[in-house]
Write a protein that binds this ligand. Structure first.
Ligand code: ADP
Length: 248
């Protein structure tokens, strides 16, 4: 349900580890179909924020809603994944001994949720989806290749494709272009621009040229809360942002 104009919102969320506030009264909104970039120095709380959204970490206080009706704090990590929140960690985790095609098929079968059983009942829909995902990740010509033989960039795209097989509403991506060549980075920017709209994306990234290429709203986290938000130019010229990056 996105009638209230946001697919995700966090309000006044806090979590401490051994008395240290990793997330400190964090509030954040993501609109349906939005592509949001998250930046911030090491230790700002970016990973912890994603852990909270996906149900891996429980906050001590605050509100986390998916759409306007689903209180995510009432659900477990697997339930949240089944609701359509996909997460990609920094390193690619594809099945190297399987082909591109088999990896994508497996992405449906490993999900025991309602969403995949729906796909299995609609067999033609399932193969249409596979073809569509292959096209999106630009691996249509490589579907019989072993995943282990793909370039680093192609492995990352394949893993994104595996997430797309579930048609997630929201994708959380941790440093998706880390280790990519300039050309792979540029192609990833194009890929993300085609994904937004149909999906909402939250991208944690340090690569400013990539952020510039997708040129979306940037949220700067520092010490567990939002320090600044705006276009890349706006946040890069913000005194407080300059200070947290240089003042370390
Ligand atoms: P970022 O991803 O922005 O680098 P993190 O979310 O990983 O930041 O970490 C935020 C802060 O919380 C860091 O100081 C980190 O050491 C601390 N932290 C994160 N997870 C834990 C944990 N499970 N136990 C103790 N401290 C943690």
């Amino acid at each position: 349900d996105t009638t209230h104009g946001r697919i995700l919102y966090l309000e006044d969320v806090s979590v401490s580890f051994d008395g240290f506030k990793a997330i400190n009264r964090l509030s954040l909104d993501i609109a349906p179909g939005e592509l949001r970039c998250i930046i911030g120095p090491n230790g700002a709380g970016k990973t912890t924020m994603m852990d909270i959204i996906t149900g891996k970490t429980r906050p001590d206080s605050g509100t986390v809603f998916f759409g306007s009706t689903i209180d995510l704090l009432r659900y477990t990590e697997p339930q949240i994944a089944q609701m359509g929140i996909g997460r990609k960690f920094q390193k690619p985790t594809v099945f190297e001994q399987l082909t591109v095609f088999e990896n994508l098929e497996l992405a449906l079968k490993t999900d025991k949720g309602v969403r995949s059983s729906m796909f299995f009942r609609l067999d033609s829909g399932h193969s249409d989806r596979l073809a569509e995902v292959l096209e999106t990740i630009q691996l249509s010509d490589g579907m019989t290749r072993l995943a282990g033989n793909l370039s680093h960039g192609q492995k990352q795209w394949l893993e994104i494709g595996m997430l797309l097989m579930q048609d997630p509403k929201l994708l959380l991506l941790d440093e998706p272009v880390a280790g990519m060549t300039d050309e792979e980075t540029a192609r990833t920017a194009e890929l993300f621009l085609t994904l937004k709209g149909r999906h909402s994306l939250m991208v944690v990234e340090h690569d400013m040229s990539f952020i510039r290429a997708i040129s979306e709203i940037v949220t700067v986290l520092s010490e567990g809360s939002v320090l600044a938000q705006g276009t890349l130019d706006q946040v890069q010229n913000d005194e407080r942002v300059i200070e947290v990056y240089l003042g370390r």
